[in-house]
Design a protein around this ligand. Structure first.
Ligand SMILES: *[C@@H]1O[C@H](CO)[C@@H](O)[C@H](O)[C@H]1NC(C)=O
Length: 300
């Protein structure tokens, strides 16, 4: 009898130890909290989000193909639109995602004109430098352009790491999209880069996914959004592609309409989502317990 108890006790202790160990790897975030609705009459199909690396608590968004070549700078604490930025000489065939990352000495907004619309995809990435100041109406010039070819119809997920390396993920029913890296040589080249790969995102969903993604500014964490879920990966040794072969963990999402946009805050302490539709609701999810995964709460 005593031996059985001892056995049970030992196995219980072992189980708890394993769980505690595993929890060290698990990031914990709060449930989504409404920041505000974004009252910009032109913003009706928000498709991407990215945090400025130049202006504190400013995030950028844009419409998909219906919307013209505009980026909106939003105050992330109030939802107020601070600036409408016209990207001169750019076309919005179907912009699907944006990211902010370095471009040489500067900080750039990367724009993926990567959606499938009217029977084709532009397969083009634009890069524009973040402006020096934010005023209500700005015109920004293209810093550089890259084009690519692959077998996929479209990508709704553009991510840029702290070295300015660009990643695209294809959209497919089930979410197991092609994971690709854009070679740096594609910038300014008149020849499209072939980004075909044999790597696929290890998620399983019941929609055409994924719809957005973002790498934290320090390059250690990655979020990918599907229509109904948000998936989290730790990036090991700065190796985005290898990290994306590992299974993700799920982090909280507050579903609000058709949500196609996600980004980290610039300090990596929270993330935001913004759905399509008029007056979209900006939600924030804050890291619990400080640091990276020091809490054992994993929530949905
Ligand atoms: C955002 O709004 C807050 C509150 O009104 C304000 O203090 C802050 O300066 C604003 N930030 C920007 C970049 O406009």
């Amino acid at each position: 009898m005593a031996a059985v108890f001892l056995c049970l006790l030992l196995s219980l202790t072992a189980t708890l130890a394993v769980r505690r160990q595993a929890n060290l790897e698990v990031p914990a975030f709060s449930a989504g909290k409404l920041v505000a609705n974004v009252h910009e009459p032109q913003l009706t199909d928000a498709s991407g989000l990215a945090a400025s690396q130049k202006f504190k608590d400013v995030i950028y968004t844009h419409n998909d193909g219906a919307g013209g070549p505009y980026i909106y700078a939003i105050n992330a604490t109030t939802g107020e639109v601070i600036s409408t930025m016209d990207i001169a000489m750019a076309t919005n065939h179907d912009w699907e995602d944006i990211a902010v990352g370095p471009c040489g000495e500067n900080s750039c907004i990367y724009i993926a004109d990567s959606g499938y619309r009217s029977g084709s995809s532009a397969n083009t990435i634009y890069r524009v430098q973040e402006p020096d100041t934010l005023s209500p109406s700005l015109t920004l010039a293209i810093d550089s352009t890259a084009t690519y070819t692959w077998s996929e119809d479209e990508s709704q997920t553009l991510m840029v790491d702290p070295n300015g390396e660009v990643y695209l993920i294809g959209v497919i029913y089930s979410g197991r999209g092609m994971v690709s890296h854009l070679p740096a040589s594609a910038w300014g080249s008149s020849t499209p880069a072939n980004i075909e790969t044999t790597q696929f995102l290890p998620i399983h969903t019941h929609h055409h996914d994924p719809v957005s993604g973002d790498i934290s500014r320090d390059g250690t964490e990655l979020l990918i959004k599907s229509k109904s879920n948000i998936f989290y990966w730790k990036i090991e040794n700065g190796d985005v592609l290898t990290s994306l072969t590992k299974p993700p963990v799920e982090v909280p999402y507050h579903p609000t309409g058709l949500g196609e946009a996600i980004c980290w805050s610039a300090d990596g302490q929270s993330y935001y989502t913004l759905p399509e539709g008029h007056h979209p609701a900006l939600y924030v999810y804050s890291r619990l317990g400080g640091g990276h995964g020091s809490s054992s709460v994993i929530g949905k």
